[in-house]
Design a protein. Structure first.
Length: 279
C-alpha cells in the first residue's frame, strides 16, 4: 500500500471536521467499485498514533478489496435465481426495524420490578425446572502462610457458629490470612472450591456428607474450610441460588406478553380504521 496515500488518509481523519466531500479521493478500486478516503478515515479512531492509523487503514483497505473480489467471483458463478436476494434483504430489514421498535417500547414501558412474592410463587410452581446439575455449598475458606500464628485460636474460630466469634475471626484473618472468603454467603460450586485445596478424595458426595470441616496443608500454606450448607446434584436448587434466574425468566415472560399484546393492539386498531383488506 502506498504510504503517501495512507498518510493522506491519516491527515483526512485528523481534519474530518473540515472535510469537504467534493474533494474525496479514491484509494482503491476493484472492477467498477471504488473505496474513498472518507470511508477509510472514518474507521480510524480519534487520537490514534500515526503508526496505528496506517496499520488500521491498511488493514481496512485490504479487507475491502478481498470482499469486493469475493463478491465479483460470486456474481460470476451464481445463477440469476441464486443472486436474487432482494426478498432476503427486505425480510432482514423488516425484522431489524420491528426489533428496534419493540426494544424501544420495552425500554420505555416494560415494568422490570419483580416482587419477592412473584419469585416465590414461580419457584413453588416450577421447582421441577430447577434441578441441580452439580453439588453446591456455602462455605468459609481460609488460607494462611505457614507457620500459622496462634494456631489453636484459628482452629477454634473457623469452626465456631457463634456470632461474636465471627468478628474475632475477621480480625485474625485480616492480619494473618492470605485468603479469607465466605463468598458473601452465596452458593458456590463444590468441586471448584474443593480443588483449590491440597486434599485428596475419591467421592465428592461422600466427603460432603461426612465432613463439615477440612483442614489440610501444602509446603507453603495451611487451609481451613468450614462447610456451612450443602445441596446435592439432582435435588431441587435452593431458592436463593436461582432467585436471579427466576427474576430474568419472569421479565422475559413479560416481554413476550408485551410484544404479543402490542401486535394484537396494532392489528385491532388498523382493523377498526379499515387500514387493510383481506381478499
Amino acid at each position: 500500500m502506498n504510504k503517501y496515500i495512507l498518510t493522506i488518509i491519516l491527515l483526512a481523519g485528523m481534519i474530518a471536521c473540515n472535510y469537504n466531500q467534493k474533494e474525496d479521493k479514491a484509494v482503491a478500486k476493484v472492477n467498477q467499485k471504488f473505496l474513498y478516503m472518507s470511508e477509510v478515515s472514518a474507521v480510524v479512531p480519534n487520537g490514534s498514533t500515526k503508526e496505528d492509523s496506517i496499520l488500521i487503514a491498511d488493514n481496512y483497505i485490504h479487507q475491502w478489496i478481498k470482499k469486493q473480489l469475493i463478491i465479483s467471483k460470486a456474481e460470476l458463478n451464481l445463477s440469476e435465481e441464486d443472486k436474487d436476494v432482494s426478498k432476503m434483504v427486505e425480510d432482514y430489514r423488516s425484522s431489524l426495524i420491528i426489533h428496534k421498535y419493540q426494544q424501544q417500547l420495552l425500554e420505555q414501558k416494560l415494568d422490570t420490578a419483580v416482587a419477592s412474592f412473584e419469585i416465590d410463587n414461580y419457584y413453588r410452581q416450577n421447582s421441577g425446572n430447577f434441578i441441580l446439575n452439580r453439588n453446591i455449598i456455602k462455605v468459609l475458606y481460609i488460607q494462611i502462610s505457614k507457620p500459622v500464628p496462634d494456631y489453636k485460636k484459628i482452629q477454634k474460630l473457623y469452626k465456631s457458629e457463634k456470632e461474636e466469634d465471627w468478628d474475632e475471626l475477621e480480625d485474625y484473618c485480616f492480619q494473618n490470612a492470605t485468603k479469607f472468603d465466605n463468598f458473601s454467603g452465596q452458593w458456590v460450586n463444590a468441586k471448584e472450591l474443593l480443588y483449590r485445596i491440597p486434599f485428596e478424595f475419591r467421592d465428592e458426595d461422600k466427603l460432603l456428607k461426612s465432613r463439615k470441616h477440612i483442614e489440610t496443608e501444602d509446603s507453603t500454606y495451611r487451609y481451613f474450610v468450614a462447610i456451612k450448607n450443602v445441596e446435592f446434584k439432582n435435588n431441587v436448587a435452593p431458592l436463593d441460588f436461582v432467585r436471579d434466574d427466576i427474576r430474568k425468566i419472569i421479565i422475559n415472560k413479560r416481554k413476550i406478553e408485551f410484544i404479543k399484546n402490542l401486535e394484537e393492539n396494532i392489528y385491532r386498531d388498523a382493523e377498526s380504521k379499515n387500514k387493510f383488506k383481506i381478499y
